[in-house]
Design a protein around this ligand. Structure first.
Ligand SMILES: [Zn+2]
Length: 94
């Protein structure tokens, strides 16, 4: 098996109603805004959320024979270790 780090980006949307008492539209919206940021609506968020967009970017990690760890973005164009220029075995690549 090869080693990867996957940068994960998930954009989700949650639409739901919160019934509260307030003196104005602005106060009502501010109260719910604070409830969101105080984690008082986590159940509602979870129940009503849907994923709008998602993206996964995998970065492969390597360890050269001398023990240097580096990822594919740090590797030289010659597919060598960037610290000691040891060639990376071909079987490490897809
Ligand atoms: Zn090395």
């Amino acid at each position: 098996m090869k080693q990867f780090t996957v940068r994960t980006k998930v954009i989700s949307e949650a639409i739901f109603d919160v019934d509260i008492e307030a003196d104005s539209h602005e106060e009502a919206e501010q109260i719910v805004n604070e409830m969101i940021w105080n984690d008082e609506l986590t159940d509602e968020l979870r129940i009503h959320s849907s994923i709008d967009d998602e993206r996964y970017d995998a970065t492969q990690w390597f360890v050269c024979t001398c023990g240097h760890g580096f990822n594919e973005n740090q590797m030289t164009d010659n597919e060598e270790c960037p610290k000691c220029t040891t060639p990376i075995p071909a079987e490490e690549f897809e």
